[in-house]
Design a protein around this ligand. Structure first.
Ligand code: FAQ
Length: 310
């Protein structure tokens, strides 16, 4: 392959094999992967905040332990993903700085507030549900380290989705007040969850190239449709209403027709103007600064050990 690295890369992708860190790859492929994996890692880390908000107020010890475990899982996902991005030649420090300085994005969904305990259920059911639909195909992504990280992450996301579903099920089969709280949460999280899949295909700048490279396997709209179809049946079991009066089965298409999310709102949130953007970044910046002594201590310890081994 020495004479024709591009040809070798194209052949690996065409054969559905994996591109590995030491393989030659087009610079734009590397850049796109760093962008997507970093955005994904940042989302996991920022995504700890909305749910973390309810750890101290969970309604029972058991629910608190489950939520704690879930939020810790998100931290683990962020760390795997930062490690996967590092295989592309960028350091975790650079990535964290880009997040804090607003030079890299994270998912729009985590800029919405968690107003009630039912929001923890709605995040599990809808946000983790959307994450799974988006991420299962990423297990077949052409870049090996990202694809492999996704396998474990998806297994854990399945547990997260179930715990959210179970919270909503319990609430919707509880008192009328509890049921109303569950419905209110679903009403607020439905459209932002649909927006997680990104702009519509006609406005998606990266989809075509990412699909050619087999980073993405399906378009934003294909995955959004899959998510809607999945939720309709589950909402029936939950006995909760999806807040879309135009949602109905279309026998011809073999899929549900539904109302698109507000893409102008998505763009506003992506630009930093969502309800909680400032608060989320400020919190992350403070946590990063307050953790400086831990990083320094770990580096000093590693340096000492290295000397001891000489
Ligand atoms: N939010 O051309 P496209 C989780 C940006 S799950 C913010 O379509 P692409 C689990 C996009 O970056 C959430 N930005 O882009 C969890 C691009 O901007 P750029 C994280 C968005 O990459 C659950 C521009 O718009 N999951 O964390 C969004 O081909 C519960 C044009 O868009 C992932 O990141 C958005 N919603 O497709 C944790 C999955 N949508 O860079 C805690 C991996 C689009 O040109 C609690 N990522 N943008 O300036 C992906 O699959 C893709 O990157 C998409 C976007 C599908 C998100």
């Amino acid at each position: 392959n020495d004479g024709d690295p591009q040809g070798y890369f194209d052949a690996i992708v065409a054969a559905d094999q994996k591109v590995e860190p030491r393989d030659w790859m087009p610079e734009a492929y590397r850049k796109t992967l760093i962008r997507q994996i970093a955005q994904h890692a940042h989302s996991e880390i920022i995504g700890m905040q909305p749910e973390g908000n309810w750890i101290s107020r969970a309604p029972s010890l058991k629910r608190k332990a489950i939520l704690l475990a879930k939020v810790q899982d998100e931290a683990g996902h962020g760390l795997y993903l930062y490690a996967a991005a590092e295989t592309l030649g960028i350091s975790r420090q650079e990535l964290v700085e880009m997040l804090i300085e607003g030079r890299q994005k994270y998912s729009s969904i985590f800029n919405y507030p968690t107003l009630s305990w039912a929001d923890v259920g709605a995040i599990g059911w809808l946000v983790d549900g959307a994450a799974i639909v988006n991420q299962v195909p990423l297990c077949r992504c052409s870049y090996g380290p990202y694809a492999r990280a996704m396998i474990r992450i998806c297994k854990e996301e399945s547990f997260h989705q179930r715990q959210g579903y179970e919270i909503l099920y319990t609430l919707s089969h509880g008192t009328p007040e509890q049921k109303a709280m569950a419905q209110d949460a679903v009403d607020r999280w439905w459209y932002p969850s649909l927006a997680m899949f990104g702009p519509s295909d006609s406005d998606s700048t990266h989809s075509e190239q990412s699909m050619t490279w087999k980073i993405k396997r399906f378009s934003n709209d294909e995955l959004r449709q899959r998510f809607v179809d999945m939720c309709v049946q589950q909402a029936g079991v939950l006995d909760l209403r999806i807040p879309d009066p135009d949602l109905r089965w279309n026998a011809e298409r073999g899929a549900h027709d539904y109302t698109q999310p507000d893409y102008d709102e998505l763009m506003q949130v992506i630009k930093g103007n969502g309800p909680c953007n400032r608060q989320r970044i400020e919190h992350r910046r403070r946590a990063h600064e307050e953790g400086a002594w831990v990083r320094e201590a770990a580096a000093a310890h590693a340096a000492k050990k290295a000397v001891a081994h000489v």
